[in-house]
Ligand binder design. Structure first.
Ligand SMILES: Cc1ncc(COP(=O)(O)O)c(C=O)c1O
Length: 314
């Protein structure tokens, strides 16, 4: 399979969500269902890999080399995409105490043919260091390097397509933020709508991080300033920080599932949807239309249910 065939996004429909709160506030909510694109290469992972894999093919490389944590959505997405394309994948994993048997995510990566290299947390800290990367590139010269989380120019360009596929007029768009690649892609092609970003990390410098992505993409400082003026950062919905969640959040996710059928995850999309719900409650979106981007992330839900002892989806 060629990557152009693999990256079919027809399944990402725009779904209107009905809920008594939305009706009360005359707010129309549409969800861009990127979570439906593929079970494993889900949500924004798909978007961020698309142009990276096309680039891999264009450069005649025989596979992908990338980075991720033990529960990384990105790692399993790369393993799955590489397996579908019939190319090699190598995943450099944070933590030399781990093995492929440490959890289902790593096990699945290995079963999909990904070669896993476990390195110390200290060494992993060099993952974006140019010197470290050039040594790695020399050692794996036949592989195409994708940064952690698919966070590069090609990743951002892939995320622009989320907006291009939305065929209704809308006032605002909500998205969860990790590396800021997805939100940067979205902001750069918005016409008049405002972008609301919800960082999953505590203390994440959203605007600075977005500016860095744009600088790397060689956008002018005037254009970056213009983009920044259209972005609202909702930084108080991290629930303790990256990977952290509370029972309140899990209960919220369950109630949204029960009332609408939409599945969210507690690491990214659940926090972003909680923020949206809160803003609606506060009347911020009365008589307005909002698009929520479902960026996926549901692959790890079973592990979270086991760990927390809380059954989110019945
Ligand atoms: C499910 C999910 N949603 C949102 C994000 C955040 O996206 P980004 O890192 O592009 O800001 C991630 C991380 O990549 C993710 O896995």
């Amino acid at each position: 399979m060629k990557s152009a065939e693999l990256f079919n996004t027809n399944k990402s429909v725009l779904q209107e969500l009905n809920h008594p709160l939305f009706t009360k506030h005359c707010t129309r909510i549409f969800v861009k269902r990127d979570d439906l694109i593929d079970a494993r290469v889900s949500g924004n992972k798909w978007r961020k890999l698309r142009y990276n894999l096309l680039q891999m093919e264009a450069l005649g490389k025989s596979g992908v080399l990338t980075f991720g944590g033990a529960y990384s959505n990105h790692l399993i997405a790369v393993a799955s995409a590489a397996s579908k394309l019939g190319v090699k994948s190598v995943g450099i994993v944070r933590g030399d105490e781990l093995t492929a048997e440490s959890n289902d995510n790593l096990k699945n990566c290995q079963e999909l043919g990904m070669e896993l290299l476990f390195i110390s947390r200290l060494e992993y800290g060099n993952r974006n260091d140019p010197e470290y990367l050039s040594t790695l590139k020399a050692a794996y010269h036949d592989l195409y390097l994708v940064p952690e989380g698919g966070a590069n120019f090609y990743g951002m360009v892939g995320c622009q397509e989320i907006v291009k596929e939305i065929n209704i007029a809308f006032d605002a768009i909500f998205v969860s933020q990790g590396t800021a690649t997805t939100s940067c892609g979205i902001a750069s092609v918005l016409d008049r709508a405002e972008l609301y970003v919800v960082p999953a990390l505590k203390g994440f410098e959203s605007i600075n991080e977005m500016a860095k992505v744009y600088e790397y993409a060689a956008f002018t400082s005037e254009y970056i300033d213009e983009l920044k003026s259209r972005i609202t950062v909702l930084s108080n919905y991290h629930f303790g920080g990256y990977g952290k969640y509370t029972i309140d959040l899990l209960e919220f996710i369950r109630s949204i599932y029960q009332s609408t059928g939409l599945r969210l995850d507690p690491i990214y999309t659940g926090k972003a949807f909680f923020a949206l719900y809160d803003q609606i409650k506060n009347g911020i979106f009365d008589d307005r239309t909002v698009v929520f981007v479902h960026t996926g992330g549901l692959a790890g839900i079973k592990g979270i249910e086991e760990k927390s002892g809380f059954k989110i989806f019945n």
